[in-house]
Design a protein around this ligand. Structure first.
Ligand SMILES: [Zn+2]
Length: 410
């Protein structure tokens, strides 16, 4: 291990939002304004000014354009993981707006027990038709290994599957309207404004959700690394052609542009109304109990890789949302982030057994992705850079009164 190639002086220092706890090394596109506020906080604040009653009227009009008049086809497709957000989408679209949706699930084979029960329950509590799709397990294991080697993300197959398979179904069933939940990057980092009425695009899928990779990259990587993966194994991840999409007129809208999106509120509502179940066991890397139940590594070792890459994890994501929602103070948030973001979670052992790797192999691959803005090697160990400088406000906190002003009394 050598740290000689790490030149911290050439890297811009990581800064933090003055209100939430997002770093500028964020994986989601995010910028700080002159006041030190991040775009995520700015866009979250917009929710107070939106006329939600008017938005609901707009949404109902939009749905009316797509209803199957004679009942010969589904009115829309809702891609669902079976999470609380999926429940809320179907609640709004079916129970509130009276549409006849087809639910479509990409099943990546690693559901948590509670997540699986929630998924199966949907067709019962909502009285809807539901397609479950699972790729071959051998192919999924190869995709896990290759994703980790190529981009430090074993769950690329899931991000790609969720943003490919339902669109393939929309084309096949000739159902043009797709209804997504929230635009994740808009919610986290303020990538768009509520006035943009942003819709799903191939470009967003390719550049952000899929990190710029497509199935041919996996084919090439498999050939280079001795994995047996062929073109015919990758059908679920092949996006329909422009001609296919245009022939059906596929369009994906985000329900969060039309109904006020508050994950904590609607999570609780889904528990009360439809028996949605939180996780059986608390997560190690986040304090929330109703998120990401569709993959037992999503809040675990997959998220640990975000910490390895960028120096923060899902506790930061959740803390930022909860600070913006007024549920957590910044001081409470910093405490949670400091405690949870660095944890190398126990589900790593399950993942290693699943894909047939050793922990040493995992660590060696992981270290290749460390962001030099965040990490340096000292005494032959990877350590986060100067706590008193780059990570000010995050390290063991010994605050001056100025710091208190700066961090806790925004
Ligand atoms: Zn912020």
């Amino acid at each position: 291990m050598s740290g000689s190639n790490i030149k911290s002086s050439s890297q811009p220092a990581v800064r933090f939002c003055a209100r939430c706890v997002y770093p500028t090394s964020s994986a989601a596109p995010l910028a700080l304004d002159a006041a030190g506020l991040c775009t995520g906080c700015r866009v979250a604040g917009q929710r107070e000014t939106v006329d939600w009653a008017r938005r609901e009227t707009m949404f109902r009009r939009l749905l009316d354009e797509y209803r199957s008049v004679d009942g010969s086809n589904y009115d829309c497709i809702i891609p669902v993981s079976g999470g609380k957000d999926s429940y809320y989408q179907v609640h709004l679209v079916k129970a509130i707006c009276g549409m006849n949706p087809l639910l479509v699930t990409y099943h990546g084979n690693n559901y948590s027990p509670a997540g699986m029960r929630n998924l199966v329950r949907m067709r019962e509590v909502f009285a809807v038709d539901h397609i479950f799709f699972t790729p071959s397990i051998d192919v999924l294991k190869a995709m896990n290994r290759l994703g980790m080697v190529m981009m430090g993300d074993m769950n690329w197959h899931a991000h790609a599957g969720i943003f490919t398979y339902p669109i393939r179904e929309a084309v096949q069933h000739r159902v043009p309207l797709m209804i997504w939940g929230e635009h994740g990057f808009m919610d986290l980092g303020g990538m768009h404004s509520y006035n943009d009425f942003v819709e799903f695009t191939y470009r967003f899928r390719h550049e952000h959700a899929l990190r710029g990779y497509e199935w041919p990259d996996f084919l090439a990587a498999a050939a280079a690394r001795g994995e047996t993966l062929e073109r015919r194994n990758l059908i679920p991840w092949v996006y329909p052609t422009d001609e296919e999409v245009e022939a059906v007129g596929v369009r994906g809208v985000y329900v969060s542009n039309y109904f006020r999106w508050d994950a904590n509120d609607h999570g609780n509502l889904m528990v009360e109304k439809y028996g949605f179940e939180p996780t059986d066991e608390p997560f190690e890397r986040t304090y929330r109990t109703m998120s990401n139940l569709d993959d037992m590594h999503e809040n675990g070792i997959h998220d640990y890789m975000k910490f390895v890459k960028f120096g923060y994890g899902r506790a930061t994501d959740h803390v930022c949302k909860d600070i913006r929602a007024g549920i957590l103070s910044r001081a409470e948030g910093i405490e949670l982030v400091q405690r949870m973001d660095p944890i190398k979670s126990r589900d790593l052992q399950r993942w290693l057994a699943y894909v047939g790797w050793t922990e040493a192999r995992f660590d060696a691959e992981a270290d290749r992705f460390r962001d030099p803005r965040v990490w340096a090697i000292r005494d032959n160990q990877w350590v986060k850079k100067d706590i008193d400088d780059v990570w000010r406000g995050y390290g063991p906190v010994h605050l001056t009164s100025t710091d208190r002003e700066r961090f806790f009394h925004f």
